[in-house]
Design a protein around this ligand. Sequence first.
Ligand code: SAM
Length: 357
Amino acid sequence: MKFSQSSLTWYTFPNLSLQHLLQREYTNTCKGRYLKKEIWRCLTRPTCSAPAFPAGRITALQALDVWKRHFVENGVTEPEQSSQYIIAHLLGAKTIESVEQQRLAEFLSKEETQQVWRLCSKRLSRMPVQFVIEEWDFRDLTLKMRPPVFIPRPETEELVELVLTDLQNHPGSTETTPTCLEVGCGSGAISLSLLKSLPQVKVTLSMIFKNIFLVLLLCCCFFCRLGLQDRLKVYHMDVIKEQMPGLFSSISVLVSNPPYLFSEDMATLEPEISRFEDRAALDGGEDGLNVIRQILTLAPDFLSNRGRIYLEVDPRHPALIRRWVEDNVEELRFVETRQDVSGKSVLQRDQHTFQEF
Ligand SMILES: C[S@@+](CC[C@H](N)C(=O)[O-])C[C@H]1O[C@@H](n2cnc3c(N)ncnc32)[C@H](O)[C@@H]1O
């Protein structure tokens, strides 16, 4: 992947130009490349073997059936959807339903069959289908997916929807250009959606990721392709370690889908998550609140008077967070909790005390 000079300059980093940062990260990436390749080979090595490669020609429908049964036999989660997504992707579609019946009934070429076997074997190693097909949809965006960048979840689409609706209904009293800050950007799904949906909004991202090079490559492409770069700033920082003094001010909306799993729950994760996604994106510490507490502690320093905080959290969190904020951050007032469709996580919204809501 290649970037032109001009496409890089729009990132602003404290003390560091993006170009230098990328060069440094690239050098580090090259040094560790051999080791990473080896780790990667182990991760994607299927623990069981693929079904025999067909001696003769087979149709897409037959390939779907072979791989669905093989996934079932080998305990791969979502066996039907997995084979459908992979084969639809190979046939140039998003879903199997959108592929013409006639095409599904036609024989695959030898190359297509080899591709099916190659990609489905990756899925057999428990690689999430999003990483197998290297892309995934989030609202109206198709994002590039590469492990171990966090795969955006459907419930986070609801978080974005909530922020968008509120920004449209309550754009703020004095702010002609509402500024949003996202803490922990992953693939950039939340920020991209906000920027794309609201032309008047500016977004600042903060991210922690050891392989920042990879994240930047993924995010850069999208922000540039969508022409959103002028309204974006990115900071590479760990909100637990850095105090962010003076970096941000007058933030209208702070949004985050932070790592919020309880550490003890990490052991129960499916291999798709535990082996392929970044632990730092998931593990929120003993009570899942490590990053959340820090966000809530720092927020009053840079939120505008009518500023709001939107967090995606665990269903056990709202009561804990509410009590903790009442005891520790007098400038913030809890507003409401919303349950998302999956019923798994909850959106909690706090607001700066000065805000009249
Ligand atoms: C659950 S993922 C969410 C990613 C993305 N916002 C989404 O919803 O798809 C959490 C993100 O927070 C980042 N993160 C974890 N700890 C952090 C910290 N201390 N400071 C900044 N970011 C952090 C992780 O690298 C990861 O990108």
